[in-house]
Design a protein around this ligand. Structure first.
Ligand SMILES: [Zn+2]
Length: 240
């Protein structure tokens, strides 16, 4: 009846894998970019944990089953979840231990306005907190688009990821990354339909799925999905 089930997204990834695509994390992309060839078929696999760590566990099970790695971007200030809750912390720890990359899903502009604090200080503190929480060194940031009407990406207009000891910001235009401008990008961010950009340019009204686009044989793809989009039977199955 409904499209965006866990079975559906598993099937999408399975099909793309069977087409010969290799899945890599954002960090791996930075490290391998210079040796990627036009004949390669690569998917940079990104997951933004916007609303639910619990649902993230479901995606982890799918990726582990298919032997696929991803970069998961975690929020620290979400009203919807506590990354330090017993179950959520356990899930994120498992994510890291099973070889996925954890990045930070930043809301620095929102923080700086709501708290009247310096955005740069907020970010440095957040990076430090994530690193200490999980005893890791995060390598990347993706900016979250929330409900404040502010754009957290604006923070990066006059700053570089390397200023913060990082390798990338997910929409970074710097030559070392520049993924959005160079890849075929497909995302589930509209919840009930796919959205695609070819090398930074929106494909108007193109609602083909991740796997349908992969059939075109793009050498470099960037997929962005959100755990919140998926369900077993229907969207409201976990209502409180
Ligand atoms: Zn987000």
């Amino acid at each position: 009846m409904f499209k965006f089930t866990y079975n559906y997204i598993e099937e999408q990834y399975k099909q793309v894998k069977e087409m010969g695509y290799k899945f890599i994390t954002c960090e791996e992309y930075v490290k391998k970019k210079s040796i990627l060839k036009a004949s390669d078929k690569v998917v940079v696999n990104r997951v933004d944990v916007d609303l639910s760590v619990k649902k993230t566990k479901k995606l982890l099970a799918i990726f582990d089953k298919l032997d696929i790695k991803a970069t998961f971007f975690l929020r620290l200030h979400a009203p919807e979840y506590n990354p330090f809750s017993f179950e959520n912390y356990k899930i994120i720890k498992y994510l890291i231990e099973s070889g996925h990359e954890l990045g930070y899903h930043s809301e620095v502009i929102d923080q700086s306005v709501i708290w009247n604090e310096d955005a740069k200080d907020c970010l440095l503190r957040d990076i430090d907190v994530v690193n200490r929480m999980f005893n890791i060194q995060i390598r990347g940031i993706a900016s979250h688009g929330g409900m404040t009407g502010l754009n957290n990406l604006d923070f990066w207009k006059d700053k570089k990821a390397s200023d913060f000891g990082l390798l990338y910001e997910a929409y970074d235009h710097q030559p070392e990354f520049n993924l959005f401008q160079e890849a075929f990008y497909v995302s589930d961010s509209e919840w009930t339909r796919w959205k695609a950009y070819n090398k930074g340019k929106l494909l108007q009204d193109d609602r083909r799925s991740f796997a349908e686009h992969a059939k075109d044989g793009h050498s470099l793809m960037n997929v962005l999905i959100h755990p919140d989009t998926y369900y077993t039977d229907h969207f409201y199955e976990n209502e409180k």
